[in-house]
Write a protein that binds this ligand. Structure first.
Ligand SMILES: Nc1ncnc2c1ncn2[C@@H]1O[C@H](COP(=O)(O)OP(=O)(O)OP(=O)(O)O)[C@@H](O)[C@H]1O
Length: 283
């Protein structure tokens, strides 16, 4: 659905250099801490900034060759932009109707009513959560095939986050070709939604993996110095020195469970994997 080949973009003190393949029918997550380059990737895909090098194809076309019909197939949520905050939802609906050939009035109306968003108040008076829901509803209301969502759950409480994730699941269930690229620095959000994940740090992809493999095959091991000396490190991706010995990241948890029953393998989460990929040393 989207192929990013050797995309390069530099700002003073920051160099982005990534290749990604966003597959049709899947939810792909982009996880990275603040300033890691997530928004720069979205802006590059959407042609909002000039890239320094590389190529990006969307819907099998170069990003510069997309037609109006192609653009209609893309739903967008950007973290730092939206329609004018002086508009009401009533105004917004008129704009969306005029902008998108395939605007789905009844979907838009039903979701605005479901989330009890006021039709006649200016958007600037909305809470953060209300604005976030409205952004997603807009992105979903013109029968898009592809959703590009940059931090759509940023700053939301757990309930509002779940409501947004539900809307996204509903979108994926509607059509097997539906595709999402979603970024977040809260890996918990992505854990339950994504099929595939890219971890980015300081402008580079640190790790890409199927979510199932990440959850079932990756693990964090805690070993003392003696265990470290004696063990097979073939499947260790990163090590980090600790007071007690070492913390290790593996992508073959089962191997260590079977061969080293004495080693502690912690119940872990994706945040710890990211932490180890960033702070750990390659083995
Ligand atoms: N227009 C710009 N001019 C100069 N530097 C920029 C510009 N836009 C982004 N940067 C820098 O590029 C780096 C990556 O920024 P980017 O917004 O892509 O990160 P991010 O992962 O989306 O972060 P966040 O989660 O905080 O939104 C940062 O160091 C940022 O300061």
């Amino acid at each position: 659905m989207i192929k990013i080949n050797q995309l390069k973009k530099s700002y003073p003190g920051f160099d982005l250099n990534v290749s990604m393949n966003i597959k049709k029918g899947l939810v792909t997550g982009l996880i990275g801490k603040n300033g890691s380059g997530k928004s720069t990737i979205y802006k590059s895909i959407l042609d909002l900034i000039q890239i320094d090098d590389g190529s990006i194809t969307i819907l099998n076309k170069d990003k510069d060759d997309l037609s109006i019909e192609d653009k209609n197939k893309i739903g967008i949520v950007l973290s730092d932009s939206f329609y004018s905050s002086y508009l009401t939802i009533k105004d917004l609906k008129k704009i969306l109707k005029a902008s998108y050939l395939s605007f789905d009035d009844s979907y838009f109306t039903s979701k605005v009513n479901l989330y009890q968003l006021p039709w006649d108040k200016q958007i600037r008076s909305f809470s953060f959560g209300m604005k976030s829901k409205l952004k997603i509803i807009c992105a979903l209301s013109h029968n898009a095939q592809l959703l590009l969502l940059d931090e759509p759950t940023l700053g939301l409480d757990v309930i509002a986050r779940d409501e947004i994730l539900d809307l996204l699941r509903e979108f994926m269930e509607k059509d097997e070709n539906h595709t999402i690229l979603i970024s977040s620095h809260i890996s918990n959000d992505l854990e339950h939604l994504c099929d595939y994940v890219y971890m980015i740090d300081d402008g580079n992809i640190l790790l890409e993996e199927e979510m199932d493999a990440l959850l079932s095959c990756y693990g964090i091991l805690k070993v003392d110095n003696k265990q470290m000396k004696e063990m097979d490190l073939s499947y260790i991706l990163r090590k980090k020195k600790e007071v007690f010995g070492y913390t290790l990241l593996t992508n073959q948890k089962q191997f260590y469970l079977e061969n080293y029953p004495d080693i502690v393998i912690e119940n872990n989460n994706i945040d710890e994997f990211i932490y180890m990929m960033i702070k750990g040393v390659k083995v």
